[in-house]
Ligand binder design. Structure first.
Ligand code: DQA
Length: 146
């Protein structure tokens, strides 16, 4: 079964971007990690990243129309994009919100997620392993659905 792993702004710069917060692994490392974690649980994982809100919204529409489960790191859009939230509200397949860092332990503006209320659940604070946990959660949900 297909799963989309969607990433918002600045996540393409993993590895060089604030490594004290986000670690030294690159976006390419993240792509590999997600693909191999997917393979282990029988999911075909496609990883995408964009800095563009409109493009991210378009991908969410695509996932909604095809009922494709989504792992989403909305990055800074997490905290203010009602357009993204409204797009996500249209899907019916599982959605796991992920964060590399733990936004609740950081600046005040990161404590609000406008996405969390339309997600199946949220995983944050485990570095890139947050994505692995999210893929395991989706595999389990799909098994339960049968
Ligand atoms: C992030 C947390 C956000 O607050 C931040 O804007 C990001 C990354 C994370 O994965 O920890 O870009 O989503």
């Amino acid at each position: 079964r297909q799963v989309l792993v969607l990433n918002g702004p600045n996540l393409g710069r993993l590895g060089s971007r604030e490594p004290d917060v986000y670690g030294s692994s690159t976006f390419e490392d993240l792509v590999e990690l997600c693909r191999s974690a997917g393979r282990e649980v029988g999911l075909s994982v496609e990883v995408r990243q964009t800095d563009d809100e409109a493009e991210l919204v378009k991908w969410v529409h695509e996932a909604a129309d095809a009922r494709i489960p989504v792992v989403l790191n909305p990055a800074a859009f997490t905290h203010y994009s009602y357009a993204l939230r409204d797009a996500l509200a249209q899907r019916t397949a599982p959605l796991v919100e992920v964060h590399i860092s733990n936004p609740a332990a950081r600046e005040e503006f990161r404590h609000t997620s406008v996405v969390a209320g339309v997600a199946t659940g949220t995983i944050a604070g485990f570095g890139l392993y947050s994505y692995v946990l999210a893929l395991h959660a989706i595999a389990r949900l799909l098994r339960e659905e049968g």
